[in-house]
Ligand binder design. Sequence first.
Ligand code: GDP
Length: 304
Amino acid sequence: EKFKMGLTKTRNSFSTRINELVAKYREVDEDFFEELEEVLISADVGVHAVMDLIEELEAEVKRRNIKDTKEVREVISEKLVELYYGDEDEEEVEGLKEVEDGLTVYLFVGVNGVGKTTSIGKLAHQLKQDGKKVILAAADTFRAGAIEQLDAWGSRVGVDVVKHSAGSDPAAVVYDGIKAAKSRKADVLICDTAGRLQNKVNLMNELSKVKKVITREIPEAPHEVLLTLDATTGQNAMSQAKTFAEATDVTGIVLTKLDGTAKGGIILAIRKELEIPVKLVGLGESVDDLEPFDAHAFVYGLFA
Ligand code: GDP
């Protein structure tokens, strides 16, 4: 339900325009596909993804001998789901990896302002509600106020925050976080990090140092490296994703502010172009507004 609500803007713009298109053309022709292409691109599905999609759609429509544009709408949903999953048969919601026994470590990466801290707070809250003991590590020691902000989330949702002073070594914070998590028998450690995109080499060095510390303590960790992206920034989010994917092994995307944009198609573009699954979506500012991403619900929700 929340997922549907959060997509209101994307859905309204998308389904309204598709419906207009279906009403306008009735019968499938080249102009129909051309306008459809524009609708998809303006929803930020991504130019490459859209071109592939239109091509497949045209082939499928020909194969099934579909003339009625209403029927094409059905095929569009099918193809969008296929677009998201690619060649994989996997059509289940991809949740976060977690270990049964022992400590699960999540590393959050992303630039300032995208909603990283908020997402960490929300996730900590959810995990705690699931009965897990959670600890946060304030390893964004670079941005002014980042430590305090994470600390505030810790108090708000009732989880401990491991922190050092501003400007200190992020890897040392993470190291202490692991020690604290182990000695307090925590289930999950969530590490915040600074996202300084201005300098890719620095970013790469910092993240690899942090990861090295984690892996030295727990060989299979971090269990997820979650890149937070702001859906309202559209193609800018895509370019951030590319940079981070080059700097480190990103295992999943947390896409925030989907409630504030009509361009939810960015989810499909990211999955298609970077082959990184969207694992969580932010659908508002309150603590409960974080949901697992469900591609089926997403695509079919667009037409609901
Ligand atoms: P950070 O700099 O990446 O840590 O970003 P913050 O967590 O401080 O978030 C920046 C702003 O985005 C804050 O005002 C948040 O309330 C807001 N925000 C974060 N996630 C969402 C979301 O899913 N939806 C909406 N509408 N706002 C969000």
